[in-house]
Design a protein around this ligand. Structure first.
Ligand code: EPZ
Length: 421
């Protein structure tokens, strides 16, 4: 398995292009199942998770071609041959559950493997299932699979989510666009990925109102058409690269970055002593003079501080002046990076969902590894400022969500290379 070698100490200067959002693209791709006309997604990220979703859709009989070096995905579902999402694919990637809503909405039946546990928490899919049941789907759980039927088609309903779930909002939204009548999603997720999905579905002819707010209203239509849609900028990749010059020093312009996608995060960076400036091409980020200041962070659904940037923020705060408290409110087990950062000399105490980080002057390079994507990239960020060499092992996780991380950081002067193994 490949690893990444980082030699710490170099300031970063330059620009980093931000890709299309992995998590938006993973929800947009299954939208092809809702129509027999072609769906074209531009600004797609080139990531292993996107290839996994491609495989899953192809296993159902959809055509998916990666064009222009993977930047454009051409999808078509005019001739599906299967309605079964197999465990072998679903277990690799939880977002596979997003085919359930579209399949049952358009074909009236689907068999989708339940995703298992996950490194960052139990992550059940009960809200997805309850939402689809509210629309009239009959669900039966057998041998690890959800067997879904809606012989007479789905019917609009009020779905009031007990708490905010990005995936459940996406799944039920996709099902509702082809349901008869009106669906109201209450306590819906407001993430930019939801807004992007709704925008694409609307181009396909769906009637959706309120995406980006807590209440989304959908008037079902009989059929959807094809569309071409650019995937929204990846706010988590953006936030990750905004931390890079904050950790290492220097100034980086994140091309395509938008402040509205990361406002709560940028506010915390500002409080820590990092300047974030809007430019015609994106966001320019620089560490102000002096040491990073300690700040407290609490993750929350959008527009709050994203859980997917908590690990990277912790890497930054390891060398801050003072003590920071990070509260993880979305996932129950999302501090796996803490023991690895401790191996680099960080002072972190974890109690349940709270991590207390007491800044040290400097981290020291070490061999480290992580069991999820954001934890892995946080170790690379920590390595940028650490004394000596850091080797991040098991970068398979990294490749799920960051394209060419070593090239993007290397182009700004970081000493970083991939070691094939
Ligand atoms: C999405 O996961 C993202 N994944 C995650 O990104 C992100 O961390 C998460 O949203 C929160 O922002 C994709 O978009 C593919 P949730 P999702 O449903 O939809 C609980 C990354 O690093 N829950 O909003 O699965 C759940 O366990 C990844 O890119 C239920 O209890 O997240 C969690 O505690 C990791 N029952 C909370 O809700 C359900 O049916 C929020 O999860 C659904 C969720």
């Amino acid at each position: 398995m490949d690893s990444i070698l980082v030699k710490g100490g170099a300031e970063l200067r330059g620009e980093i292009p931000i890709a299309g959002a992995k998590n938006a693209c993973l929800a947009l791709m299954p939208a092809t199942l809702l129509s027999d006309e072609p769906l074209t997604l531009t600004n797609a990220p080139r990531l292993s998770d996107i290839r996994t979703m491609t495989q899953l859709l192809q296993s159902l009989g959809a055509e998916v071609s990666a064009l222009q070096d993977g930047r454009v995905l051409a999808l078509s579902s005019h001739d599906l041959t299967s309605h079964v999402a197999d465990y072998d694919i679903v277990r690799k990637m939880r977002a596979s559950i997003l085919v359930l809503g579209p399949l049952v909405a358009r074909y009236g039946h689907a068999v989708v493997s339940l995703p298992g546990g996950c490194a960052i928490g139990a992550r059940p899919v009960d809200l997805h299932l309850k939402g689809l049941e509210a629309l009239g789907a009959e669900l039966d759980l057998r041998e690890g699979y959800v067997h879904a039927k809606a012989p007479g088609g789905l019917k609009g309903a009020v779905v009031d989510f007990p708490f905010v779930s990005v995936g459940a909002t996406e799944n039920v939204l996709m099902a509702a666009v082809l349901a008869r009548g009106t669906t109201v999603l209450k306590n819906a997720a407001r993430e930019p990925e939801i807004v992007d999905l709704a925008a694409c579905l609307s181009k396909m002819g769906a009637r959706i109102d309120g995406a980006g707010t807590g209440t989304i209203t959908i008037e079902g239509v009989d059929r959807l058409t094809g569309a071409t849609h650019p995937v929204v900028t990846d706010r988590i990749e953006l936030g990750t690269y905004m931390i890079a010059p904050a950790v290492a020093g220097g100034e980086v312009e994140c091309i395509g970055g938008r402040l509205d996608l990361v406002s709560a995060f940028a506010e915390r960076l500002d409080a820590a002593g990092v300047s974030v400036e809007e430019t015609p091409r994106g966001l320019k980020v620089a560490r102000r003079n002096g040491r990073i200041r300690a700040v407290d962070v609490e993750t929350a659904p959008f527009p709050g501080f994203p859980t997917d940037l908590q690990a990277q923020m912790m890497a930054l705060l390891c060398t801050a002046d003072g003590t920071s408290v990070l509260e993880e409110r979305i996932f129950e087990n999302r501090f796996m990076h803490a023991p690895e950062l401790q191996r680099m000399g960080a002072k972190i105490a974890v109690h349940g969902g709270t991590a207390t980080v007491t800044g040290v002057e400097r981290l020291k390079g070490a061999p480290v590894m992580a069991t999820d994507l954001r934890a892995s990239v946080s170790l690379i960020l920590a390595g940028l400022a650490a004394e000596g060499e850091t080797v991040v092992n098991r970068v398979y996780h990294l490749d799920r969500g960051y394209e060419r991380v070593e090239e993007k950081l290397g182009a700004c002067g970081a000493s970083i290379e991939r070691i094939s193994g």
